[in-house]
Design a protein around this ligand. Structure first.
Ligand code: ATP
Length: 150
């Protein structure tokens, strides 16, 4: 059934507000309305939770996280961008692997199993979409998801 991306993004931001506030991180949602998508609502919610959870975990105090969603032709573009610690280029090829975690020293203080992005990828691919990550150490990370609108 069709779902509204505004709702997914608003719910996601709502759930993460407290976590972000503790770290003095600003959450910004930008959804062009109305973005309708043929998808499993719970899975899409879970996908956004993984991406926002990572963005908050790997962003220092005072950072900004932007969640943007738009539809062009028959494709939905979902982006989660942070101004966090970024990912070293040598880790990038492995971050979607199950149980893979970046820089041990840095991530040890943050809880996590290394399953988040594997789950995210699984959800996106089950919807016939693609996920990729661009990142610059000490600048930030951008996760780009494309999904066929169906
Ligand atoms: P969890 O399963 O709880 O999410 P995790 O964050 O370690 O644990 P993944 O979500 O799979 O596992 O991410 C894998 C690795 O990719 C992380 O350990 C981290 O090094 C890196 N990473 C993921 N998202 C970001 C991000 N937004 N900024 C910087 N590094 C990230």
């Amino acid at each position: 059934r069709p779902i509204y991306m505004e709702r997914i993004v608003q719910d996601g931001i709502g759930k993460m507000t407290m976590l972000a506030e503790v770290k003095d991180i600003i959450l910004r949602g930008e959804v062009e309305s109305p973005v309708l998508l043929q998808a499993d609502e719970e899975r899409l919610h879970q996908l956004l939770m993984v991406l926002m959870d990572n963005a908050i975990k790997y962003t220092l105090e005072g950072g900004v996280i932007r969640v943007a969603c738009r539809k062009l032709a028959h494709t939905v573009y979902l982006e989660v961008e942070d101004t966090g610690i970024g990912i070293q280029p040598e880790h990038l090829p492995h971050i979607f692997d199950r149980f893979y975690r970046g820089d041990k020293a840095r991530t040890r203080q943050e809880g996590g199993t290394g399953l988040g992005l594997a789950i995210a990828k699984w959800i996106v691919e089950r919807h016939g979409g693609k996920i990729r990550i661009e990142s610059k150490p000490a600048v930030g990370t951008r996760v780009l998801v494309t999904l066929p609108a169906g």
